[in-house]
Write a protein that binds this ligand. Sequence first.
Ligand code: UVW
Length: 320
Amino acid sequence: MTEASAVPTIEEVLDGSPTNWGKWGPDDEVGSLNYLTEAHALKGVGTIASGKVFTLQRLIGDPNGDPVWPSREPATRTQIMDEATWDGPDAPQFPGGLHYADDKLDAFLQGSTQYDALGHVWYDGKIWNGYDARTTVGGLDKASVQPLAERGVAGRGILLDIARYRGKENLDKGETFTHEDLIACAEAQGTTIEKHDVLIIRTNFLKLFFDQGDAFYDGFVEPGLVYSKELVAWFQEMEIPNLVTDTIANEVTIDPNIGVALPLHCALMRNLGVVFTEICDLEKLAADCAEDGQYTFLYTAAPLKVSRASGSPVNPLVIK
Ligand code: UVW
């Protein structure tokens, strides 16, 4: 414990917590995605029964607003060229009379459905695989999103519809669940979480962003997984490569037991190399899974290849 407050430091909380540093060599930058081999891609393919396709990205520039982490702003798209560009006498001229539309996006790379780079969070001066946190200065020289983007993700995904399991339209502010709840939820759905599954967790919490407007950010505490030694051990034992959710930060924002912000980002991402995917829209997929009872599928995704970036937008694809 620090003397100034009752809240322990992350170092204190995660003292002795397992790491996978060095497991895939001293130069590794993709962490637990190493668990997803060609055989796992084929295992995902083997679940395909109907060929139904689902995209999990939220709209960027939603007229109803884009939910983002409180310190970030939604993306702004600016129209640069359109038919009006050709209204005046100084209009560009292209041989043959071509006109076209162009636009640009000013966006937080983590301001929409996104992959976090493994170097996105840290404590104690070290990021994933033990790289020095100074390697993040001015851009991530290590464990940026680029290696994740180059590798891509393909494997068996499993939807864990916690909201439906709890009989709720959406989880409430600060509501928590554990790995045991995930196991029980899978069982209630008639399936089992297998080693190396991509976990896709539905809370439908962001419904409140659209229902409540600005009030959504009052006392901002998202629901989600809550830290425990047992939960971290379970992720390690199950060799989970990728944690995907429909919340902004994949875990309860402030741990209700210890008061620490986002400890699972540290225990799972920084220490185990579990890759995080956030702000997904799981509504159509969840409705379909509830209807046909098939909660496992091929999950594929590739974030954008952005040099030295700490995250990148993504539009994950599920095929059932
Ligand atoms: C933070 O870690 C602050 O944000 P996120 O993981 O939600 O991108």
